[in-house]
Design a protein around this ligand. Structure first.
Ligand SMILES: *Cc1c(COP(=O)(O)O)cnc(C)c1O
Length: 397
């Protein structure tokens, strides 16, 4: 045991500890719900992205079982070999129909994860532009967008968060023949919504694509859950929409919806689509159920109730010297400041049986460590009351 690289790793891990940045995993022993068993302890959780409570919905779970009976456990191959099942095809048709009001000639393509979907769409765009492309990325974009842009090895510019002036100036002074503005729809750590109508107008003026990562809007925003494009009632051939299926949809996976020419190009060129085993068809089969629920009455009811909970929490008192973000979504972060402070608060809440994750740098800027509270339609108003009490008790202690 004298391999010096291991000693170096040990020292680096010690440094992570000293900075209060060690990340740990807790082991969940029950389904993803408001009340969960975690490391042998019952906790009221406010940290999943299961915004509609579909991850443990009996109909979705039953569809997963049915999908396994119909298609077996695994797909056996990538989509272009023999892994593309009828369930995947039906799911793509359902998603395309859902997004037809927002993009002309729309088609949808499913991926195993949102991370892979973002890599896939960004690299496919770069591949078609033959070295004459620039990406414009919001400063608070999700890591998977940042990594996807880096993977293209093409030039990119980071614009100030949600700043239309900054985007406008950068687009005006860029000579590339292909320009792509890239943004989260709902920002994952702040909960605010991107100014999409204005961004789309700028993109249309400058002949740019607008790629929207709506991981936290799909299923949650819009009258029938079609997310941020429906929220703003947008329609354009220049839109590219990425939605994830492991958050509000409660299962796993992701999709890109866009004009059929771009989707077909991605089938030909997206390496994160081509060179990976297709997700289990049973997952797609379960998603047929959960996406139909999202579009239907059950989804509307759950979105309306979630809105009630958001209002309940966002108007409740919070400890002085914590900062509430201006979020109208299910992501309701409370900024506390230092890593040590947020870890202490998180541990105190845990002692009261309330589980909220402490989010620290580099996921968020230094000294803006925060509790990222997420609400779900599976919470009750009593659950939110208990959260508010736990937070105020915190401020006294
Ligand atoms: C979660 C998330 C992703 C990644 O999706 P996965 O399906 O979990 O890989 C991408 N973008 C944003 C904004 C996210 O929050």
């Amino acid at each position: 045991m004298n391999f010096d690289k291991l000693n170096a790793l040990q020292r680096q891990l010690d440094e992570v500890d000293e900075k209060g940045l060690r990340r740990i995993r807790r082991t969940v022993e029950s389904a993803c719900q408001a009340h969960m068993m975690v490391d042998g302890k019952p906790l009221l959780a406010f940290n999943s992205n299961d915004y509609l409570g579909l991850a443990s919905h009996p109909l979705v779970v039953e569809s997963l079982r049915e999908g396994a009976s119909l298609y077996g456990a695994g797909s056996g191959a990538s989509h272009l070999i023999s892994g593309h099942s009828l369930a995947h095809a039906r799911l793509e048709e359902l998603l395309a129909a859902m997004f037809s009001p927002f993009m002309p000639s729309v088609r949808a393509l499913t991926f195993s994860t949102g991370y892979m979907a973002n890599l896939g769409v960004l690299t496919a765009l770069a591949d078609s532009a033959k070295g004459d492309i620039t990406f414009f990325s919001d400063a608070l974009n999700h890591a998977s967008l940042i990594d996807g842009i880096r993977l293209t090895r093409e030039p990119y510019q980071v614009y100030e968060h949600a700043s239309l002036d900054d985007v406008s100036q950068r687009l005006s002074s860029c000579q590339s023949s292909t320009k792509v503005v890239v943004t989260d729809g709902v920002f994952s750590m702040d909960g605010d919504i991107a100014p999409l109508p204005e961004l789309l107008r700028l993109c249309e003026q400058h002949g740019a694509w607008l790629l929207v990562d709506d991981a936290h809007g799909f299923g949650v925003l819009g009258d029938s859950g079609a997310g941020v494009l429906q929220h703003f009632n947008l329609r354009s051939a220049q839109l590219i929409y990425m939605g994830t299926l492991g958050k509000a949809a409660g299962v796993s996976g992701a999709f890109v919806a866009a004009h059929e020419h771009l989707i077909e190009w991605m089938v030909q060129r997206s390496r994160s689509y081509i060179y990976t085993t297709a997700a289990a068809p049973a997952l797609a089969h379960a998603l047929l159920t959960s996406v139909r629920m999202i579009c239907g009455e059950e989804g509307s009811r759950r979105r309306a109730f979630l809105q009630t909970l958001i209002e309940q929490l966002s108007t409740a008192p919070i400890p002085e010297n914590w900062q509430r973000m201006t979020s109208t979504t299910a992501i309701q972060p409370l900024v506390i400041g230092s890593n040590q402070a947020v870890l202490k608060v998180s541990a105190d809440l845990m002692a009261q049986g309330v589980w909220i994750s402490a989010i620290r740098a580099p996921t968020v800027p230094v000294n803006t460590a925060r509790l990222r509270i997420t609400l779900s339609a599976s919470h009750t108003t009593e659950d939110v009351d208990r959260l508010v009490r736990a937070l105020s008790f915190k401020s006294i202690s």
